[in-house]
Design a binder for this molecule. Sequence first.
Ligand SMILES: Nc1ncnc2c1ncn2[C@@H]1O[C@H](COP(=O)(O)OP(=O)(O)O)[C@@H](O)[C@H]1O
Ligand SMILES: [Mg+2]
Length: 242
Amino acid sequence: MSLNINNISRSFNGKEVVKNVSFEADPGEIVGLLGTSGCGKSTVLRAISGLDTGYRGEVEINGKASRKVEASTGFIFQEPRLMPWLNVMENVTFGLKGKKESKDEIGRKYLRDVGLAGSEHLYPKELSGGMAQRVAIARALITSPEVLLLDEPFSALDAFTKMQLQDLLLEIWEEYRTTIVLVTHDIEEATYLCDKIVILKDRPGRVGQEIILDEPRPRRRGSNALANYKTDILNSLDLSRV
Ligand SMILES: Nc1ncnc2c1ncn2[C@@H]1O[C@H](COP(=O)(O)OP(=O)(O)O)[C@@H](O)[C@H]1O
Ligand SMILES: [Mg+2]
């Protein structure tokens, strides 16, 4: 699915926090929304998601204006937001309808996809942070979303787990070719994962620059090409002015 974000502005209590943000995501594209803390990334993502409707401007999904949560959209947040009284399988299949056996069969497929085969019966308190976030990814995928919206999904994880889950996200994207909008403040993450990076800057947040990453995958972390993009992004952010 394609996304067309047209001139999104958002105010809270009379104060504008996001101003005229526009960008596009082509079907199957991974678009990063990158910026410093408080520049309005989550605000823009909530507008795209339909969870917030109090913005000005328009969100088009496949060319059609949308101001509600669409069934074709999946969400992954920074915290896994699992239900502590349900086990892994029950958390993942919670949103599905039908008989338990058929739900469990689907659940097993997605748990395999995220590397959690055999963990079906564990409860959230028994999971590491990385495992819990894998459950959250499986839960998002099980509804077959065509658009995945991620808000700093890996920022609470240690560096190694973070890299593993970034690679997992790419594997999933290879399989399903979901259109992805990834909110992040992590430049390395953005350059490793994204086809395009939309840089938000200033207060109220606005689009500073769009950077196209014309880099084949698999990409190499720490390659010169990615380092060059990082330099461009740092220049564009101009952190000395923040
Ligand atoms: N519901 C809200 N009510 C009032 N202010 C908000 C609300 N949501 C976000 N803000 C403000 O909007 C600005 C941008 O927030 P946010 O989109 O969360 O930034 P980011 O995700 O880039 O860190 C911040 O100053 C924040 O305090
Ligand atoms: Mg945020």
